[in-house]
Write a protein that binds this ligand. Structure first.
Ligand code: HAM
Length: 424
């Protein structure tokens, strides 16, 4: 229907735009505090950028078509492949570790549901060139600090952290064959959303023996360090495969952010390119889809650009965050308030109002005035409707004295103020 936006695409009325701007501001503030530089890439990319490495799930959701020259193209569903290509192309010249962030709008043809649309904005923060667990901790800390910047504490949001190498080693030990690993990851990914029996049935349907399926599900159920240490202690290869994960948790503790973070071995992530520590941020009751997801992808730059550089990062969408911020019903996300509404008492006062208004705007204040001749009562009503902090009333008597009446619209008080002072 031409009278409606497409399903899954949002129209941002000013109130929603103000909320979006508030979230973007917190994103940019945190990125700046972590020393990240902003970049951007093309919204339309060659289709093969995603078919190469992103994995089936995202490829199924592509907005893909042929352009007028017959090229197979896709709207970007994620930023990571673009980033990997851009960094790989200038890898020699860029100083490592590279700390880059971006806020792209992304497009996925998904089944629309709560927290899941067909476009969203996503903060991407990625750290490239550093393989150690402190880099993972740095990235996770930034994701937590965005939550703190929006006013959320550890009772509101949780970060769940795992390591694909750890999950893989434990699944091999549990008896999962390599060719069933992909299915087992997919099943673990659904751990908290589907009943255990159903997960078990899926695993046996994929060819796992019942006892192996039980053991695989026990791996996905690991939620704390002690249980993980015990499980790793049983590995023939030795427990050191867990060292990075433990070092990352220790670093978060040292930063004072440990109370936000849980080990959760059901976090494997849907995208195919992750190789190490992976994590997701959820609202604490886990009533919504993930706020943020990311992890280490050490092979992607090599695959897409031939440069072997380790990398870790995350994507954080604006959709779930907006719901959570709105649910808190504070007003800190509404747009900035109008500073001054200028009122002309007579027709002769209009030109002085225009002059004063423009000087005030040049000085950085937000200023409005009526755009046609109106009674003072109507103008005052308009000032209130616009939420102005104060009305500045310019009439013949005050003007003769080089002044205006300033009415504080919150307190209801009035004073006479010289034009010269108002212009500062
Ligand atoms: P992702 O898990 O596909 O990861 O997306 C990250 C976040 O984007 C999700 O947690 C969610 O908040 C948001 N998101 C994704 N799809 C939608 C949707 N259809 N509607 C609303 N929000 C959505 C990635 O995209 C990786 N490239 C992230 C990354 C960056 N990994 C390393 N660096």
């Amino acid at each position: 229907m031409p009278g409606q936006a497409l399903p899954g695409f949002r129209e941002f009325y000013p109130e929603e735009t103000a909320l979006r701007s508030h979230i973007f501001k917190v994103w940019r503030d945190v990125a700046a505090r972590y020393g990240f530089d902003e970049y951007d890439g093309p919204p339309l990319e060659p289709l093969e950028l995603y078919t190469a490495k992103s994995g089936e799930e995202i490829v199924d959701q592509l907005y893909a078509f042929h352009d007028k020259a017959g090229r197979a193209v896709a709207l970007r569903p994620e930023m990571t492949p673009t980033l990997a290509r851009m960094v790989a192309a200038r890898a020699q010249a860029l100083k490592k570790p590279i700390r880059w962030f971006s806020i792209p709008q992304l497009f996925r043809y998904e089944r629309q549901q709560r927290g899941r649309l067909r476009e969203h904005f996503q903060l991407n923060m990625d750290l490239i060139g550093e393989p150690g667990p402190l880099a993972d901790a740095e990235i996770i800390a930034a994701a937590i600090d965005v939550q703190r910047g929006l006013g959320f504490g550890p009772d509101d949001v949780r970060v769940r952290i795992a390591d694909r190498r750890v999950v893989y080693a434990l699944l091999v030990h549990a008896g999962v064959a390599d060719d069933a690993m992909g299915t087992t990851y997919t099943v673990l990914d659904k751990f908290e959303r589907e009943p255990r029996k159903k997960l078990h049935d899926r695993l046996t349907a994929a060819g796992l023996e019942s006892a192996v399926a039980d053991r695989a599900l026990a791996v996905g159920a690991i939620r704390d360090r002690a249980t993980l240490s015990t499980a790793l202690g049983e590995l023939a290869a030795g427990p050191d495969v867990g060292d990075d994960l433990f070092a990352c948790m220790d670093a978060l503790d040292a930063m004072g952010l440990g109370e936000f973070a849980d080990i959760d071995l059901s976090i494997v992530r849907g995208l195919a390119y992750y190789t190490g520590i992976v994590f997701e941020v959820f609202d604490a009751p886990r009533s919504l889809r993930a706020i943020c997801g990311g992890g280490r992808y050490d092979g992607l730059l090599k695959a897409l650009g031939g440069v072997d550089l380790p990398a870790t990062g995350f994507g954080m969408g604006d959709v779930v965050l907006s719901e959570l911020v709105r649910a808190r019903a504070t007003r800190d996300h509404t747009g900035p308030r109008l500073d001054t509404f200028l009122i002309a008492v007579t027709a002769e006062d209009v030109a002085p109002v225009l002059e004063l208004g423009h000087v005030m705007r040049d000085a950085g204040r937000s200023v409005e005035f009526a755009l046609k001749a109106q009674s003072m009562g109507k103008q005052l009503k308009l000032a209130a409707a616009r939420g102005a902090r104060r009305a500045v009333i310019v009439g013949p008597d005050e003007r003769a004295a080089g002044a205006a009446i300033v009415r504080d619209l919150d307190a209801g008080t009035e004073e006479r103020v010289a034009f010269e002072r108002l212009k500062q």
